[in-house]
Ligand binder design. Structure first.
Ligand code: FAD
Length: 465
């Protein structure tokens, strides 16, 4: 059986890894992976500069999602997994120009501890009273989908949307709480609402059930950065099966075969095809095969982002007050009218990523509210970032180095109605035997979700007759 994989990000690579394992196990399978750029890994990319380890794209993954760690175990690199330094796990929110620490006991955006919630300057008294009332909410089953903002506002009021939900979701999706679907991005909260009514009571009940030894770090990464995972997967693949700098222009059907049309106009026939590109690329590839499927794929919107890494001499870092240097970083609500969306203090979150005498910051710009950030030139990006860091942290020191990475349309936005759209995509896809879809467009944008999507797509190709 001949299988084409289109896209060499972590989704396509995971699919290839599954097929390679089955090939070595004796299955009659050959695969070819087509990647348009000259490197593999997609948005996963790590660089080293002056002893600092810089992540251009994802810097880690949620430890509670198992697929990434499981893949590392299969690759024999589980000893290379590193947890975030949760002793420093404090996050700040910019409120009226000042950094305010997120109160203790806040689980994602749900308060679970009374005293820190009462004392925090992060929320007004009105919001604190709403939080208290929320504790007594009655079980309620949502009727259809709604935005994450509407859902959180129902529970805790608009200030929690502005100061927590929106910046937290912008950090994960580069998107806005007003457009993201609660069913797609906060499904656990919906279950909690249906069972308990109150998210706070539900969260407390869940915390009680958690095993005592469940205190694993919240984020996991690789010692040598996320690229290490990419490199380990690639090292397991058959080099003869990888085609980099090989853009696929279209897919076609001939008889029962799939035809892959490449940029150089050559056409190659396969029995199965796994499309592991962003949704809008998959749409273009499948347009002539199934226009309705293509149009649904094209409707999944994507946001763009810019990440900027800045390395400082530790001695030159003059953060005002000093306490913000303690945490993992800070988030900037939209109401603060800044271009920065978030900043990670990498030297605290993953201390091994910066030598003792260096401090490493990583900031994010762009997202669905500021697509224009992607068009800014390097100088303007740096000037903006430095100005805003000075306003927020009082940081005037000259960075020793900086790196700018632009990620155009790379974060899928699961907008209201997303799961219904994905169900329809699935239905139409099922009518096209031999086609599998993987990637961040469908059921999770995190690295573990993408790994799972690739492994599942490959397994399905081998299963289908
Ligand atoms: C800045 C940023 C930070 C992130 N941070 C985190 C994080 O900390 N933790 C986390 O879990 N997730 C994070 N994510 C999300 C996660 O990294 C991505 O969702 C995931 O890596 C996507 O992998 P993928 O293989 O599906 O897509 P991609 O990495 O986009 O790969 C798709 C590949 O397809 C190729 N391609 C496109 N068109 C064609 C074509 N016509 N022919 C052949 N090849 C083609 C592209 O060149 C690309 O290599 C982040 C994402 C970004 C952008």
């Amino acid at each position: 059986m001949k299988i084409a994989i289109i896209g060499g990000g972590i989704s396509g690579l995971s699919a290839a890894f599954h097929l390679e394992r089955r090939r070595r196990g004796g299955a009659d399978v050959r695969y070819t992976l087509f990647e348009s750029s000259d490197r593999l890994g997609g948005v996963m990319r790590t660089e080293r500069v002056e002893g600092c380890l810089i992540e251009a794209g994802p810097d880690s993954f949620l430890s509670e999602k198992q697929s990434a760690a499981d893949l590392c175990r299969e690759l024999g690199i589980a000893d290379q997994l590193v947890g975030s330094n949760d002793a420093h796990r404090r996050t700040y929110i910019l409120v009226k120009g000042r950094l305010v620490e997120m109160p203790d006991g806040l689980q994602f955006m749900v308060p679970t501890k009374l005293w820190p919630t009462v004392m925090t300057p992060l929320f007004s008294w009105e919001t604190k009273l709403r939080m208290a009332r929320e504790f007594f909410a009655k079980p309620h089953t949502a009727n259809g989908d709604e935005s994450a903002a509407a859902f959180i506002e129902r529970h805790f009021g608009p200030e929690v949307v502005d100061r927590l939900a929106d910046p937290l979701l912008a950090g994960v999706y580069g998107g806005s709480a007003e457009r993201l679907s609660v069913r797609a991005v906060l499904p656990r909260f919906l279950d909690m609402e249906a069972k308990y009514g109150s998210l706070s009571r539900a969260m407390l009940a869940a915390m009680k059930k958690r095993p005592a030894n469940g205190a694993r770090p919240i984020f996991t990464s690789m010692k040598d950065g996320m690229q290490q995972l990419v490199d380990a997967v690639v090292a397991e693949l058959d080099p003869g099966a990888i085609r980099t700098s090989s853009r696929v222009m279209a897919l076609g059907r001939e008889g029962g075969d799939w035809v892959v049309l490449r940029q150089d106009s050559t056409a190659v026939r396969f029995d199965r095809v796994i499309v592991a590109t962003p949704g809008y690329i998959a749409a273009g590839l499948l347009r002539s095969v199934e226009p309705r499927l293509a149009s649904l794929l094209g409707e999944i919107s994507y946001s763009s982002s810019v990440t900027v890494a800045l390395g400082y001499a530790a001695a030159g870092f003059d953060g005002r007050g000093g306490k913000q240097e303690d945490g993992f970083g800070f988030l900037v609500p939209r109401s603060e009218r800044k271009r920065l969306l978030a900043c990670t203090f990498v030297h605290n979150k993953f201390p091994h990523r910066a030598p003792e005498d260096r401090l490493l910051l990583r900031v994010f710009l762009g997202g669905s509210h500021d697509p224009a950030a992607l068009q800014l030139g390097d100088e303007e990006i740096l000037r903006t970032v430095r100005d805003e860091l000075q306003q927020i942290l009082g940081l005037t020191a000259e960075p020793r180095f900086s790196r700018i990475y632009r990620w155009e349309r790379s974060m899928a936005q699961y907008e209201v109605g997303h799961l219904e759209r994905v169900a329809e995509i699935e239905r139409l896809r099922a009518g096209l035997p031999g086609l599998a879809l993987a990637g961040n467009a469908y059921r999770g944008i995190g690295v573990p979700d993408c790994i799972k999507s690739g492994l599942d797509a490959a397994a399905e190709c081998l299963r289908c007759k």
